[in-house]
Design a protein around this ligand. Structure first.
Ligand code: ASP
Ligand code: MG
Length: 319
C-alpha cells in the first residue's frame, strides 16, 4: 500500500524525536508499503521566525514572510532525509514547489490549486522515500507561497489524494481526536471515528487538531485521514464519511478565544443547544446568544468566558 505520513512540529522537535519519526516511516516500509513523508517545521521554529520579523516590523512584505517561513519545513525535510539515509533507507527531500504543489497567487494563506507530483512519482518508483516540506507551494507566477498556520496537514492530504495513497496518517502529540481538547477538559473522551462534516465544524471553530483546509480537501477528495500519536501506540482517530447509523448525534465541542465562541458539532447540536440554554446548565451571564447551523450550534460568549463555557457544555453533553 502507498502511505503518506505527516509529522507535526512537536514530533520533530529534536534529534531523538526526528529519529523516532524516521523509525515510524521505516516500520511502515518494513511491512511492505511505499512511504512518503510530509514534515512540519520543528518545534516552535515558525513562531520564532515570526517573532524575529516582528522585531523588524509589524507589517512585513507577505512575499518575504512566506519565503522565510517556508525554510522551517525545508530544514525538517532535509534533516529527515539525512536521518532516513543514516538509518539505511534511500530518501530524498523536496520543497513544496519541487513536489509540484501549485497554489493560488497569494501569500500567507494561499489555497492549493493543483498537485503535479511527477518528481515524487519518480522517486517512489525508484524505491526512495520522498520527504516533502509541508505548508508551502509555488504560485503560478513562480513565487514561494505558504498555506496558513497548520498547513502541513493540507499538504499531506493533497499528496495522498494526488498519489492515490491507501492511507493518509497524521502524526501528532495527542492520541487522537477528543470530544474536547483533553488539555483543557479533563473528562474529554477519545473519538475513534469522526465524520468529515463534524471535524470540519470543529476545525473551523478553533480546534487545533487539524488544519481546517485539510479537512475540507479530504472531504472533497473522499480521502480519509488517520490521526495518530507519534509517541504512544494508541489506535488514534479516523476522519472519514460516516454512515448515519455510525455517526454520533454529537461529536465534540471546541472554543475560539479570538472569536469568543464555543461551538458544538453534530447533527443534534441545534436541538441540544436550545435544551442547554433552557435547562440553565450554562452560566447565563456568560452566554450572550446562540446560533444554530445545520450540523452545529455556536454560543457567543462574553470575552474571557470561553473556557468556562466550553467546560460547562462538555460536562452537560458528554460527561
Ligand atoms: N510550520 C507551520 C506552522 O507552524 C505549518 C505547520 O506546522 O503545519 O503553522
Ligand atoms: Mg497542526
Amino acid at each position: 500500500m502507498r502511505i503518506v505520513q505527516k509529522f507535526g512540529g512537536s514530533s520533530l522537535a529534536d534529534l531523538t524525536r526526528l529519529r523516532r519519526a524516521a523509525g515510524i516511516c521505516l516500520e511502515a516500509r518494513r511491512r511492505g508499503n511505499e512511504v512518503l513523508a510530509v514534515v512540519s517545521a520543528a518545534g516552535d521554529s515558525t513562531d520564532e521566525m515570526i517573532n524575529l520579523v516582528r522585531e523588524i516590523t509589524p507589517r512585513p512584505p507577505a512575499r518575504e514572510l512566506d519565503a522565510l517561513l517556508a525554510t522551517g519545513e525545508q530544514r525538517s525535510a532535509a534533516l529527515m532525509a539525512i536521518m532516513l539515509e543514516q538509518l539505511g533507507a534511500a530518501a530524498r527531500s523536496f520543497s513544496g514547489w519541487q513536489a509540484g504543489l501549485i497554489t493560488e497567487e497569494a501569500h500567507g494563506e494561499a489555497r492549493l490549486l493543483l498537485a503535479v507530483p511527477r518528481r515524487l512519482c519518480e522517486a517512489l518508483a525508484a524505491g526512495l522515500i520522498p520527504v516533502v516540506a509541508g505548508f508551502q507551494g509555488r504560485t503560478p507566477s513562480g513565487d514561494i507561497s505558504t498555506l496558513g498556520r497548520g498547513g502541513s496537514d493540507t499538504t499531506a492530504v493533497a499528496l495522498a489524494a494526488a498519489l492515490e495513497a491507501g492511507r493518509c496518517e497524521i502524526y501528532t502529540d495527542v492520541d487522537g481526536i477528543y470530544t474536547a481538547d483533553p488539555r483543557l477538559v479533563e473528562g474529554a473522551r477519545l473519538i475513534p471515528a469522526i465524520d468529515f462534516r463534524d471535524m470540519l465544524t470543529l476545525a473551523r471553530a478553533g480546534s487545533q487538531v487539524l488544519h481546517a483546509e485539510s479537512v475540507r480537501l479530504a472531504q472533497a477528495e473522499g480521502q480519509p485521514i488517520r490521526l495518530l500519536s507519534a509517541f504512544t501506540a494508541s489506535p488514534g482517530s479516523e476522519v472519514r464519511a460516516l454512515a448515519d447509523a455510525e455517526r454520533p448525534a454529537l461529536a465534540g465541542v471546541t472554543r475560539d478565544e479570538a472569536a469568543h465562541t464555543v461551538t458544538l458539532a453534530g447533527r443534534a447540536a441545534p436541538a441540544c443547544a436550545a435544551a442547554l440554554l433552557e435547562s440553565g446548565a450554562l452560566p447565563p451571564e456568560s452566554v450572550l446568544d446562540c446560533t444554530a447551523g445545520e450540523d452545529s450550534a455556536w454560543f457567543r460568549v462574553k470575552p474571557g468566558e470561553e473556557l468556562a463555557v466550553l467546560r460547562a457544555v462538555h460536562r452537560a453533553v458528554f460527561e
